[in-house]
Design a protein around this ligand. Structure first.
Ligand SMILES: Nc1ncnc2c1ncn2[C@@H]1O[C@H](COP(=O)(O)OP(=O)(O)O)[C@@H](O)[C@H]1O
Ligand SMILES: [Mg+2]
Length: 228
């Protein structure tokens, strides 16, 4: 059995995900702060579960400080959970809450860098880059360095970097915090297009107004996810 499994591409194996793109089960995470005798433990996750199947847009909501970003970091592998398991497709993109960008590089240089990291061929990279510039309307900043960009355009680039390789699964942490109304609408058009193509998105949000945009919602309350 194992030798047969080893010959099958990782994203087609019959592992714990069984048809889903992401499966987080019983996730626990605590942060430890300070030193003895002032040492404190903040228990953030207490058995959270998240499942994403192909072709859905799922919201992750909860109060400020409830642990949404912590949960997403464990799902993408940025943080190791204390307990619990995560299985995910290798084809995923992550947009962190705080943009991780290089001040001295332009938008084009960022997208090229990520394209190479994802092993995209030059033609695919060029098509994907142009599509994202059009969808998010920031082609005019292609050659502008990040240090000269507004917060909103930085957020667009941060999102575009998560999507440049057109992954099956997108995990987005408050991706439109700095967007104006037009970009916010564009964002929802873009997510709908990816869902129609069979991709899945997990989106952290704290706007009540967004709730009708989601197919399902996970509420993070007291360290566990409640499904609505
Ligand atoms: N690296 C860290 N070290 C210690 N505490 C942290 C760390 N990151 C987050 N926290 C704390 O964990 C709690 C959950 O944070 P976070 O996951 O960012 O919540 P949310 O994204 O829902 O606002 C908060 O009380 C926050 O202060
Ligand atoms: Mg957060």
């Amino acid at each position: 059995m194992t030798s047969i499994q080893a010959d099958i591409p990782a994203d087609h194996r019959t592992d714990g995900r069984a048809g889903s793109l992401l499966e987080g089960n019983g996730l626990w995470k605590a942060y430890r702060r300070g030193w003895w005798p002032q040492r404190r433990t903040l228990q953030v996750l207490k058995g959270a579960d998240v499942t994403l199947r192909p072709g859905e847009i799922v919201g992750l909501v909860g109060e400020n400080g409830s642990g949404k970003s912590t949960l997403m970091k464990t799902l993408v592998g940025d943080l190791q959970p204390d307990r619990g398991t995560v299985e995910r497709t290798p084809s995923f993109g992550y947009c962190p809450q705080t943009p991780v960008l290089y001040e001295r590089l332009s938008c084009n240089e960022h997208l090229d860098l990520f394209g190479v990291a994802y092993d995209l061929d030059p033609a695919a990279l060029s098509i994907s880059r142009q599509r994202l510039y059009d969808e998010l309307d920031f082609a005019r900043f292609a050659d502008t360095r990040v240090e000269e960009l507004s917060g909103g355009t930085r957020s667009k680039l941060n999102l575009a970097l998560a999507m440049i390789h057109d992954p099956d699964l997108l995990l987005l942490d408050e991706p439109y915090a700095g967007f104006d109304w037009d970009t916010y609408q564009r964002f929802w058009d873009l997510t709908a297009a990816r869902r129609s193509a069979g991709s899945s998105l997990l989106i952290i949000s704290h706007f009540i107004a967004d709730e009708e945009r989601f197919d399902r919602i996970y509420d993070l309350v007291d360290g566990v996810t409640e499904q609505r």
